[in-house]
Design a protein around this ligand. Structure first.
Ligand code: MV4
Length: 447
């Protein structure tokens, strides 16, 4: 096992990775910008290195500074967390070229899944179900018309280099297609420097269900079930659950078996998440994320495993040492993402936190780098805490979340705590009756 790991991230996820390392007897190196000199991830790490000024591009995205920090501290491996450099194939390549271990998939697989067309083609060849659409890139407007006639309107045009909702255009009819085609390509070129686009049938009321997988370097692949991430606003997730209120164990197991068999064939390693749209009882693969995700704790709570420890073990070349039959799902978990934002306008609200009080008790977990007196810097993502609860049933988990939310104090800045309390009190949420469109209507309505 590694003796020292550099954590190329900040905030709650840097802390999360540090905690796993600490429990495994691995020393940690924190890197930080000048804005984060007093941050919790720096305080708790065994060593820390300042890698640049506040702007992320000069610090947390500064590859040369991060590799230098790894070198001077004698770290053997680098954990990228999520965001920043976590899905940058060139970074993973450079980490390995400098003799460090990248705690994540191979650069080839990161690159493959970053190209949404290549990702879909790979999944198609592995018999993972897809949304009906074009067979790869659309070569021309004429081809776009042909595909749309075949799969029927409404259709979506998506950027090959997109993902996470960026660079998508819907066409409800043939009249709208040319405009959607032009705008999607222009925006894709501007945003990603790549105007390749593809087409999918537009699903009008899906749930967003994702499957957590883990692979060792010996061909063993397991899944840890699904998360339902439908509750999002402008492609920012607010609440996630494991398992999905919409899925049966049989549906989960069938999908999991298909996916793990496929990824083993592909030679995938480390953690990954496959995103699906789920509508009318059918799964359709849309994208794969080659990183640890923000919402991974809900999976950990129902499976009783530490995904970061597993990432570290397989990155060090260890065998999983267990099979799918050893993974069991117990109860239900919910995560609320608490952000430093106005709960109505979602305007960012950085600043000093006078009082921070975390809830506790049975089945409550708080992943946060907050402390009383900490000033949330304005330069980064607004996530300040993940409040995660586990219960024997979904109803118990909701009751526990309402109780934990009522105990939690983050004073001095605005947070989304009141919005989460409203969601947990909503009858439709409590019934598990929602799609990806539910939350935008919920935050828009005032009753
Ligand atoms: C779709 C879709 C409907 N039909 N694809 C948005 C994020 C990106 N990961 C994929 N997205 C979507 N793809 C087809 N064929 C609707 C969305 C979508 C969405 C997906 C997941 C979670 C929230 C969403 C919000 C709006 C649109």
């Amino acid at each position: 096992m590694f003796k020292k790991v550099l954590i190329a991230n900040r905030g709650e996820i840097a802390l999360r990775v540090h905690r796993a390392c600490q429990e495994m007897g691995i020393r940690t190196v924190a890197v930080h910008s000048t804005a984060d000199a007093t941050a919790m991830h720096v305080r708790l790490a065994d060593e820390s290195v300042c890698i640049g000024p506040p702007a992320a591009r000069d610090s947390y995205l500064n590859v040369a500074a991060i590799l230098s920090a790894a070198s001077i501290t004698g770290a053997e491996a680098i954990h990228p967390g999520y965001g920043f450099l976590s899905e940058n194939a060139s970074f993973a390549e450079m980490v390995e070229a400098h003799g460090f271990t990248f705690i994540g998939p191979s650069p080839e697989h990161i690159r493959m899944m970053g190209d949404k067309i290549a990702a879909k083609q790979a999944m198609k060849s592995l018999n993972v179900p897809l949304v009906p659409g074009s067979d790869g890139e659309l070569a021309s407007l004429e081809e776009a018309r042909e595909v749309a006639e075949r799969i029927k309107y409404p259709v979506l045009i998506k950027a090959a280099a997109g993902g996470g909702g960026r660079g998508m255009k819907v066409a409800h009819s043939a009249e709208e297609l040319e405009e959607a085609w032009r705008v999607a390509r222009t925006e894709a070129k501007a945003a990603f420097g790549n105007d390749a686009v593809y087409m999918e049938k537009y699903l009008d009321r899906p749930r967003h269900i994702e499957l957590q997988v883990l692979a060792d370097t010996h061909g063993e692949v397991v899944h840890f079930g699904e998360r339902d991430c439908s509750l999002q606003r402008r492609h920012q997730k607010l609440v996630e659950e494991a398992g999905s209120p919409a899925l049966t164990a049989a549906e989960r197991n069938a999908l999991g078996a298909q996916v793990t068999r496929g990824l083993s064939q592909l030679g995938y390693r480390n953690a990954g998440t496959l995103e699906f749209l789920w509508q009318d009882g059918q799964f359709a693969f849309i994208e794969m994320n080659t990183r640890l995700q923000v919402e991974h704790p809900v999976t950990e709570m129902v499976c009783g495993i530490d995904l970061v420890k597993e990432q570290l073990r397989v990155a060090a070349g260890e065998k999983l040492g267990y099979g799918q039959e050893d993974i069991t799902f117990s109860g239900h978990a919910i995560e609320c993402r608490i952000t430093a934002e106005d709960p109505e306008s979602f305007a960012p609200s950085p600043g000093r936190v006078n009082t921070y009080h975390a809830p506790g008790g049975l089945g409550v977990r708080v992943d946060s780098a907050l402390y009383s007196g900490y000033a949330v810097p304005p330069h980064y993502d607004s996530l300040v805490a993940k409040l995660v609860v586990h219960g024997k049933t979904r109803a118990e988990a909701i009751g526990r979340m309402r109780r934990a939310l009522s105990e939690m104090v983050v004073d001095g800045i605005k947070t989304t705590l009141p919005l989460h309390q409203r969601i947990m009190e909503d009858a439709q949420f409590q019934a598990g009756d929602y799609t990806i469109h539910w939350l935008e209507r919920f935050v828009g309505r005032r009753d």
